[in-house]
Design a protein around this ligand. Structure first.
Ligand code: CAA
Length: 380
C-alpha cells in the first residue's frame, strides 16, 4: 500500500515550519521584496528553531532529516516567501559538495563551526560563459607546491555577499572538459576572494545573487574536495539534491498562490455571485489544485528515492521542471483571477508571479532539466 499520510513526527515538523513561516516570514515578505536586505535576524531565528541545514547529518551539526521531511519544511517556508526561504535554505546546496566529496575531517572542520554558529555558505559553479554548459567553466586552479592558486570569476551566486564559506569549482586543465573540474572549499577571509556585481532582479528580490572574483586565491591542499578531476560529478550530485529541493520550493509558492486565488474567488462578488462559482474560474481553480498536488507528489517521490539511497537524478530533474512550470502557471492564473487588483502591489500574487520565473531558470534551466531526465530515459 502507498500511504500519503504523514507520521506524527512529520506533522510536528510541518507544523513547526508552518508556524515559523507564518509568524516570522509572511508578515515581512512584501517589505523584503520592496527593500531587499539580508534577512539576518530571520535566519538566526530559523537556525534556533532547527529549520536550517536540514539534510546535513547531526554529527556535523545539521538536522539529519531525509529529503521528504526536508520537503515538508521547505514547502512551508517558501509558501511565506521564496526569497527569504532561499537565504535560510542555501546551505543545503552550498554544503552538499562537502558532504558528497569531503573527508570526515573536512566535514568536521568546515561544517560543524558553520552550522553551530548559524552561518551561511555559497555554491559557486556558474560563470558568464558557462551556465547551462557547466562543464566548460574556465576558473583555473594551478597546483603550486602544497597549495592551489585559483583565478577566475563566478556569477549568479546565491548568497555570495554574505557567505562565510564557498564551495567552488575550478579546472586544473580546460582541455580535459568535465574531467579537469575540481572542487574546493574556500573560507570568506581568503586573500584575493572578493564580491563583484550584485544582481538587481525581477523577483526573489531578497535573495542575494552576486559575482565572486578569485584573484590569485591560495587554497591549501587540505581544502580539495575528493580527488583532482572529481569536481564535476560532485557538482552534479549536489544538483540532484538541489533540484529536488527547488521542486519543494515551487510547491510552496504554488500552494500560496492557489490559496490566495481561492480565497479571492470566494470573496469577490460580480454579477451577484462569488466569481469562483463561474465555471470559467471554477475550472481554473480545479486545474490549479490538481497541478499543485501533482507537483507535490513528484517532489515527494524524488525525495523518497533519495531517502532510500537510490540514484534519483531523473526523478529530481523531472520534479524540478514540472513543479517550477506549475509554479509559473499557477501564479500567473492567480494574478488572472485577481483581475486588475492582481497586477498591483496591493496583492501578494504579483510578487508570486515574479518570484516564480526564476525557479524555471536556476539550478539548471527547465530545458536542461528536461535534457537530464530525457538522457536518463534513453540510457535506461
Ligand atoms: N550524478 C553523478 N554523475 C553525473 C551526474 C549526476 N547527476 N550527471 C552527470 N554525471 C557524470 C556523467 O556520468 C559523466 O561521467 P563520465 O564522464 O564518467 O561518463 C560526467 O558527469 C559528465 O556528464 P555529461 O557528459 O552528462 O556532462 P555534460 O557536459 O554533457 O553536462 C549537463 C551535462 C546536465 C548539461 C550539466 O552541465 C548541467 O547540469 N548543466 C546545468 C548547470 C546547472 O544546473 N547550474 C546551476 C548552478 S546552481 C544555481 O543555479 C543556483 C545558485 O544559487 C548558484
Amino acid at each position: 500500500m502507498i500511504d500519503f499520510n504523514l507520521s506524527e513526527e512529520q506533522r510536528a515538523l510541518q507544523e513547526l515550519a508552518r508556524d515559523f513561516a507564518q509568524k516570522e516570514i509572511a508578515p515581512v515578505a512584501l517589505q523584503y521584496d520592496k527593500e531587499p536586505a539580508f534577512p539576518g535576524e530571520i535566519i538566526k531565528k530559523a537556525h534556533a528553531a532547527g529549520l536550517m541545514n536540514l539534510t546535513c547529518p547531526k554529527e556535523y551539526a545539521g538536522q539529519g532529516v531525509g529529503l521528504v521531511n526536508a520537503a515538508l519544511v521547505v514547502e512551508e517556508l517558501n509558501a511565506a516567501c521564496v526569497a527569504v526561504a532561499g537565504m535560510i535554505g542555501i546551505n543545503s546546496l552550498a554544503c552538499s559538495p562537502i558532504l558528497i566529496g569531503g573527508t570526515d575531517e573536512q566535514k568536521r572542520r568546515f561544517l560543524i563551526p558553520l552550522n553551530q554558529a548559524g552561518k551561511t555558505a555559497s555554491f559557486c559553479l556558474t560563470e558568464r560563459e558557462a551556465g547551462s554548459d557547466a562543464g566548460s567553466l574556465k576558473t583555473l586552479a594551478k597546483l603550486e607546491g602544497d597549495h592551489y592558486v585559483l583565478n577566475g570569476q563566478k556569477c549568479f551566486i546565491t548568497n555570495a555577499s554574505y557567505a562565510d564559506l564557498y564551495s567552488i569549482f575550478a579546472t586544473l586543465d580546460p582541455t580535459k572538459g568535465t574531467k579537469g573540474i575540481t572542487g574546493f572549499v574556500i573560507p570568506r577571509e581568503s586573500p584575493g576572494l572578493s564580491i563583484g556585481k550584485v544582481e538587481d532582479k525581477m523577483g526573489q528580490r531578497a535573495l542575494n545573487v552576486a559575482e565572486v572574483n578569485l584573484d590569485n586565491v591560495v587554497v591549501p591542499r587540505e581544502n580539495l574536495l575528493g580527488k583532482e578531476g572529481e569536481g564535476f560529478k560532485i557538482a552534479m550530485e549536489t544538483l540532484d539534491e538541489g533540484r529536488a529541493n527547488i521542486a519543494a520550493c515551487a510547491v510552496g509558492l504554488s500552494r500560496a498562490a492557489f490559496e490566495a486565488a481561492l480565497n479571492y474567488a470566494k470573496e469577490r462578488v460580480q454579477f451577484g455571485k462569488p466569481i469562483g462559482t463561474f465555471q470559467a474560474l471554477n475550472f481554473m481553480l480545479a486545474d490549479m489544485a490538481a497541478a499543485v498536488d501533482s507537483a507535490r507528489s513528484l517532489t515527494w517521490y524524488a525525495g523518497s528515492m533519495a531517502d532510500q539511497g537510490r540514484r534519483y537524478t531523473r526523478e529530481a530533474a523531472q520534479a524540478k521542471f514540472f513543479a517550477t512550470d506549475v509554479a509559473m502557471r499557477v501564479t500567473t492564473d492567480a494574478v488572472q483571477i485577481h483581475g486588475g487588483y492582481g497586477y498591483t502591489k496591493d496583492y501578494a500574487v504579483e510578487k508570486y508571479m515574479r518570484d516564480a520565473k526564476l525557479m524555471q531558470i536556476y539550478e539548471g534551466t527547465n530545458q536542461v532539466n528536461r535534457m537530464v531526465a530525457g538522457g536518463a530515459l534513453m540510457r535506461g
